[in-house]
Ligand binder design. Sequence first.
Ligand code: ADP
Ligand code: MG
Length: 695
Amino acid sequence: MRPEILYPLFAPLTVLPGVGPKLAPLVERLVEGGHVVDLLWHLPSGMIDRRFSPPLTEAPEGRICTFVVRVLEHHTGFGPRSPTRVVCGDGSGGRLNLVYFHLKRGFIEKILPIGSTRVVSGKVEYNYNEPQIVHPDHVGPPEDLESLQRVEPVYPMTAGVQPRVLGKAMLGALGRVPVLPEWMDAPLKARHGWAEWDAALRTAHAPEDEEDLSAMAPARMRLAYDELLANQLALLLVRQSQKRLAGRPLAGDGRLREKVLAALPFALTGAQARSLEEIYADMAEPSRMLRLLQGDVGSGKTVVALLAMLNAVETGAQAAMMAPTEILARQHLATLEPLADAAGVRLGLLTGRDKGKAREALLAELAEGRIDILVGTHALFSEDVAFKDLGMAVIDEQHRFGVHQRLQLAAKGRAPDVLVMTATPIPRTLTLTLYGDMDVSRLDEKPPGRKPVQTRTVSTNRLDEIVGAVDRAVQGGAKVYWVCPLVEESEVSDMAAAEERWAYLREHFGDRVGLVHGKMKPTDKDRVMEAFAGDGLDVLVATTVIEVGVNVPEATVMIIEHAERFGLAQLHQLRGRIGRGDKASTCLLLFAEPLSETARARLTIMKDTEDGFRIAEEDLRLRGGGEVLGTRQSGLPEFKLADLAVHGELLAIARDDARLIVDRDPELQTERGKALRVLLYLFERDEGVKTLRSG
Ligand code: ADP
Ligand code: MG
């Protein structure tokens, strides 16, 4: 249960002054949350300094100034659209014009009566050598001077929310900020000179100069640290509870694995052998395995997964392997089948497409233990899927699943061991925030004999030449992927672009060119993929559906249109589809001018290296914080305050801090432990608290 002290922060936005039922949804969209606390996490991106009050004769052009003036004259225009001008003066002998358009009658008389003294604030412009302010931001009685002469924070905005309205709501929100018990490690706090949480929050909302807006400002650092600590602590607590669920030692006798190893046409790489050692050791422990197998595309994760599953099957248990898409599940099955046959292991396949009698029969076999390894998609989560004894679960391409789903699958067995595989190389900093609850094995060595992929960048203007080159490659027996532009936010237009390109290429390649996109029926998609993998097609036009895992070793050419629109990670994933066989491969990145600086840098990195881990680090650096974390489709964690591009070091400290806490106070019972519970709730990481015995 959320601690009472946080109630004021978790009230709906409508409790704030000026935020009614109409405005609330707009603010909610702006701050990505419906609670007061979400508004508080929305920090200023700029500021307006109203402290500057020069004499009128010295007012500089373009700067925001606050003046105390005497109102001298009103000039109302003749036409309905002509502006109203109010002439003011000050003791310096200077004059100032206040200019208003579209005024209601009587307004000027009311707020700027002739002869009155007024404080006005706004941006000074010059017109015919006289300073003027068009629609001053503030007009008020002289007493306002002090409250007006300050720095106003400026917030990132969206249409529909007036800055002034947001400012008022923010003041209301800040007024609700409670004093919270300190969860921060005292020496750490002292070392950085950080303030209390509530003071830091207030400071972050009240910048005095540009430095205060920087991610490295002490107030912002403290808030970022709090968020990272909540993230790391929650992950470690979940991990602790998972490990505590009695697992069971799984150590097979090796008889099945021996057969598979004998049937493999290659020897394991050093990295594969090392990862397997780590996995077997985990499985042999009585606690549960939670391990991440990280390896670039083509690094050979599948065989590692199979051997790990066989280790479980040898003990009489079952194993499951889950893929994010139907195509991939089928491909895994096809890869595993010959090897499973060699070992006499029984496989099953379960996808969303399986229905009716066949499905029932499969489930019955599964429940009776006549299937050793079940391969499938999300369908494995369905409630009626019951194993006889699930001992080990492999989840492929984890970044498309969440922690929650990971736990769901694990719940299907008696605390089965879990191996998560990801082909998305992730920078070390991000590995911590995403997978802090897991141990990590890295396949950092490619199987031998791979030829590097030649990567070149070409302007889209040269489409004819490119088609000519593709034609020559196809004559030479190559298979070609042709990836179509990613269109923002719309699968439909993705598809349209791909269909158009397909029609165009058909003029050259006739029915040797196929098309796959995300909107196709799975059966149709599979048919096209099979034709491409076999003899039916030379060129495959595709949207990014081919991004994940698809394996056609004969494909040696990849064309990516509008490569400048893809992120680095995505380009890397796509390119990983080629260069899988022993033939030389080529990747052409087509771009349209003008290229932004970042886009140019991305394409250069792609030309320079194939090392996924390096590409991932560069990606993080280029994208900077907010954007990496904001991209939903990437599945990366989203932070509201921390920016991993700059706060990476804080993350490492938070990690160590969280480890110490979990070691010394695993149930969060001490004074600090109790404060940390508040922290977890504050950042809505309560899944961490729920794992505690006395949660
Ligand atoms: P990943 O899933 O990591 O992208 P795969 O498991 O699909 O990679 O393996 C890619 C290709 O490499 C497959 O054709 C596989 O048979 C082959 N392979 C795997 N391990 C080795 C190895 N040690 N030596 C040679 N080829 C290997
Ligand atoms: Mg794979």
